[in-house]
Design a protein. Structure first.
Length: 338
């Protein structure tokens, strides 16, 4: 799980240090291994070590499938990365392998972001591939994510005399109808279609069973297409939700966090080669990933890894041998002299 990656980082480091062609560095629980062959291009292949909390029963192998917590998200991707690192000794372009902690928690602890801040030299590259589960298809870019909290106000009163007050919960009706009737905006970039989504994800209010409530908070998450920047995403939510709020009644909207997305960038030569080698049509990444971290640091990036993304964070995560071998073969084609 997040914040408990030390043993896994130790094991990864030990494996990488056996590959004499790699220069290995460790920062906390982030392990970076690089070829330094002075080749004309460099690609970063990165993956997170942590999983979300869940079932801690030992992983099991049934036939050609591995079942267990994190099998899809993303121990399968890590296994492919390690296999590439210790077997491809003479690549056609320099490769940086990054194994990092705390992707599944807040950005404050994200190992890749910390690395980008403290050792940006280790992430300098022409392109990057993030080994998130994509079922062996290239998923371009990623959506941005915005979290806001809406405060809806009323006036406290006795429930036997509600006409002397204003029920803040009842006043939320317009806001909830607005959210429930939202029609996603769809944007196509590099052939990848992004569908924006907005959802109420939390609501709190009420004082006692005999009191008309005077305040309600509604938390809202907006997943926006990567053609929007952070500022435009905030403006869109303010426009969307503002129609259901009354500033004269004291209603307010507070931005808690915004993380911009990243465009597909699939025209970048290394990523174009990845798409060609994958043998499938690329699609948009649904959700936010650290592809955005690479993009913010000037590196075009895409998601590509084994495992069904719909299994991530579920109780029945699994990954197949065929998926692992496919992703290994594709990435080996991209980085090797085949």
């Amino acid at each position: 799980m997040s914040h408990n990656e030390s043993d896994l980082a130790d094991a990864v480091q030990a494996d990488l240090e056996r590959a004499r062609w790699l220069h290995v560095e460790r920062m906390g629980d982030t392990v970076v291994a690089r070829t330094e062959l002075d080749l004309p291009a460099r690609v970063v292949i990165a993956g997170h070590l942590d999983t979300v909390p869940g079932d801690h029963r030992p992983a099991i192998i049934e036939g050609d499938e591995l079942w267990g917590l994190g099998a899809a998200d993303m121990k399968g991707g890590l296994a492919v990365m390690l296999a590439l690192a210790v077997t491809v000794a003479d690549p056609a372009l320099d490769v940086t392998y990054v194994f990092y902690p705390c992707e599944e928690v807040g950005n404050l602890h994200n190992g890749l972001r910390i690395l980008a801040s403290e050792r940006p030299d280790l992430l300098v590259a022409d392109a990057a591939v993030l080994g998130e589960p994509t079922a062996g298809l290239v998923e371009g870019g990623c959506q941005g994510t915005l979290h806001v909290v809406v405060h809806v106000h009323g006036a406290r009163a006795h429930t036997a005399r509600p006409f002397t007050g204003v029920n803040a919960i009842h006043r939320c009706a317009r806001l909830l109808v607005r959210l429930g009737s939202y029609e996603p905006r769809r944007v196509v970039l590099d052939g990848c279609e992004y569908a924006e989504q907005v959802q109420a994800v939390g609501i709190a209010g009420g004082i006692a069973s005999n009191v008309v409530p005077d305040d309600v908070t509604v938390k809202v998450n907006f997943r926006f297409a990567p053609d929007r920047g952070a500022g435009e995403a905030v403006e869109e939510v303010e426009r969307l939700l503002g129609e259901a709020l009354d500033p004269d009644a004291g209603d307010t909207l507070e931005v808690l966090e915004v993380a911009p997305g990243a465009p597909p960038s699939l025209e970048q030569p290394i990523l174009a080669r990845l798409v060609a080698a994958s043998g499938g049509r690329p699609r948009a990444k649904v959700g936010w990933t650290d592809v955005a971290t690479f993009f913010a640091n000037g590196v075009a990036a895409a998601n590509f890894g084994p495992g069904d993304p719909l299994l991530a964070h579920t109780a029945n995560e699994h990954v197949s041998r065929a998926e692992l071998e496919h992703v290994y073969d594709v990435l080996a084609t991209v980085i090797s002299r085949r």
